[in-house]
Design a binder for this molecule. Structure first.
Ligand code: ZN
Length: 240
């Protein structure tokens, strides 16, 4: 059983009745629900809780952290960001969703601006599977189609992913690297694009499949921490 914490800024749900109607239990609630039915041990955490719900205890007990944020990236405490960063380097998985591309934690892990083009025009998104053998693509067809989504377009200012699993095409003509896998320290990071708050994207079965797959893929491998620094020789070294 994988221990998952679904973190959401949870602000749109309070301010925008449309979002509240689509996600009455919050985006975190909707994601937690299908991850729970997949058999995971799921908790949620939100921005306005003390320490954003991400206490040391919670983080130490988390195998995979899911991150959704948009309006309030700047309100996330740097100290918490540093703790999440360290946990990723130590092996915790991190799944960054949609507008989380601009979160402090994602930018810190990428080291680039993570900027992109965007447009809200109720347009069709077709997410093509570029790497069908990648575990995040398990059980999908050739592509996922979303009737209406926000557009994100290239150029997306990220380092070249270690694995590029999805690329999105939008009705208005742009394309976007929408499923990007990275190794950071002992941890794995996955960015998955769809999930604008005014669309019911997280109820889409294929989107749920990707998120469930990503949680399994991102779970810590359990390998030993590498040893660094000055090292004694394993064999006697011949005197030369
Ligand atoms: Zn959005």
């Amino acid at each position: 059983m994988i221990k998952v914490t679904v973190w959401n800024e949870n602000r749109h749900e309070q301010k925008n009745p449309t979002v509240k109607e689509i996600y009455p239990k919050g985006i975190h609630g909707a994601i937690a629900e299908f991850l729970e039915s997949a058999g995971h041990d799921v908790k949620t955490a939100t921005l306005d809780e003390p320490q954003h719900g991400l206490t040391e205890e919670v983080l130490n007990e988390t195998d995979v952290l899911v991150w959704w944020g948009h309006l309030a990236h700047d309100e996330v405490d740097d100290e918490i960001v540093n703790k999440v960063y360290q946990r990723v380097l130590d092996g915790m998985g991190l799944l960054v969703l949609h507008s989380g591309h601009f979160s402090k934690i994602f930018k810190k892990l990428m080291g680039t601006s993570c900027d992109l083009k965007w447009r809200e025009a109720d347009e069709k998104e077709r997410i093509w599977i570029l790497n069908p053998s990648h575990p995040v693509a398990n059980g999908l067809g050739e592509y996922i189609e979303l009737e209406k989504e926000e557009m994100y377009g290239e150029h997306f200012d990220i380092p070249a992913p270690d694995d590029l699993v999805f690329v999105s095409w939008f009705e208005g003509g742009e394309v976007f690297r929408s499923g990007c896998a990275y190794n950071r320290g002992k941890g794995k990071v996955f960015y998955f694009r769809p999930g604008h708050e005014t669309y019911p994207t997280y109820y889409n079965k294929d989107v749920q499949t990707v998120i469930k797959n990503a949680v399994s893929y991102l779970a810590p491998s359990g390998s030993q921490m590498p040893v660094y620094g000055n090292a004694k020789p394993l064999e006697a070294i011949a005197v030369k």
